[in-house]
Design a protein around this ligand. Structure first.
Ligand code: COA
Length: 335
């Protein structure tokens, strides 16, 4: 299995934390291979959801050890009743009845999420066979945002062809973020980047640099920049090394020659490593162009701003991608 040097560095950090990650898609061979690697490399203890007999026989056929791996079948789990009750109590005010709670708790993504809510696992990686919405919805409903006043968003880690690391947000969750939500996304991204051991230099991206272009979208990014800068002056961020600026075009954010012309005096322009996109269209299209035409490696999207980490895989992921996301999820358990 080919794992990039960047992910290897995250794995080394994850190995020290001794966390438990649940993988709900035990029917998928990529997930089983990733479980084997993650457990044998001690990146995390692994819980696989699925049919115990089938998974055991798959592992035996490959001559893989099951050390560090627990297999749970939601249908026969003694905890199913407890999880159903928990789900019902959490969602009854939203109109969920007992019958529907019982059906939902059997769904692997809900079961895995309820394990985390109950303290039986620290994080979850899913989505090899599920849409983003199906993976993310239980997390939003059950685990919830860690701060009432802040939206949950997503972050991609990008390893560029020249070996640099960038962070991109929000390419996957908030469809049309307001200025306040964009500011939330920038602040959550700053916290994630610190969790990964890097220093956030955040560019609030737009089609305008310092007023060169006009329009509602520009006004939104300007306001988001103002709100985020204001939040960064609070005591919470006093000892954190975070720089943020906007509104900046992508070339001004990334290229020092352009930065000197378009945004002289900016402490971010030309050296940004965190790119905050103004909408999901810009972000989602942007990251896929970087991946397909720019040859960049993308990890994620990982969710940020939840009470516990739950992360979504792309359906085209490889076993190595899953191992990488398991390591990232372990790191996100750090407060
Ligand atoms: C993430 C997403 C699935 C949530 O939408 P949804 O399933 O319709 O969810 P709802 O709007 O019904 O909200 C469900 C719950 O999540 C909460 N929620 C939704 N988005 C949230 C966010 N960004 N942050 C925090 N909470 C959020 C809601 O408040 C609601 O809570 P409640 O039921 O306790 O009141 C939706 O925003 C989405 O589809 N985003 C785009 C996903 C996508 O296609 N990405 C591109 C591919 S990577």
């Amino acid at each position: 299995m080919q794992i990039s040097p960047y992910i290897q560095s995250l794995i080394a950090k994850a190995q020290k934390l001794g966390k438990t990650i649940v993988l709900p898609e035990g029917e998928d061979e990529r997930v089983l291979e990733a479980a084997h690697v993650a457990a044998s490399e001690k990146i995390a203890k692994i819980i696989i959801l699925g049919n115990e007999e089938e998974i055991k026989s798959y592992f035996a056929g490959k001559n893989w050890s099951l050390d560090g791996i627990e297999i749970i079948n939601p249908q026969t789990s003694p905890k199913l009743g407890e999880y159903t009750e928990l789900l019902y109590n959490l969602r009854k005010e939203k109109g969920l009845n007992k019958d529907d709670a019982a059906k939902l708790a059997l769904n692997a993504n809900y079961f895995g999420t309820l394990m985390i809510k109950s303290g039986d696992a620290d994080g979850m990686v899913s989505g090899a066979n599920h849409s983003t919405a199906d993976t993310v919805r239980p997390a939003l409903q059950i685990i919830k945002s860690s701060r009432k006043d802040r939206v949950v968003s997503s972050l991609f880690i990008m390893s560029s062809k020249d070996g640099k690391t960038y962070y991109l947000s929000d390419c996957a969750i908030n469809i049309a973020p307001t200025a306040k939500e964009l500011s939330d996304i920038a602040l959550s991204s700053a916290e994630s980047v610190i969790q990964f051991g890097d220093t956030p230099r955040i560019a609030m991206l737009s089609y305008s640099t310092y007023g060169s272009g006009k329009g509602e979208g520009v006004d939104k990014v300007k306001e988001a920049t103002r709100l985020a800068k204001e939040a960064l002056t609070s005591e919470e961020y006093a000892n954190k090394d975070i720089t943020l600026d906007g509104e900046l075009q992508a070339d001004a954010a990334l290229d020092m020659v352009v930065a000197k012309k378009k945004a002289p005096g900016s402490n971010v322009a030309g050296k940004a490593n965190v790119l905050i996109f103004p909408s999901i269209e810009a972000g989602n299209i942007g990251y896929k162009l970087l991946q397909r035409l720019g040859g960049a490696e993308m990890y994620g999207p990982m969710l940020q701003g939840l009470n516990a980490p739950i992360n979504d895989l792309s359906r085209g992921c490889s076993a190595a991608d899953i191992v990488g996301l398991i390591a990232i999820t372990v790191l996100q358990t750090q407060k």
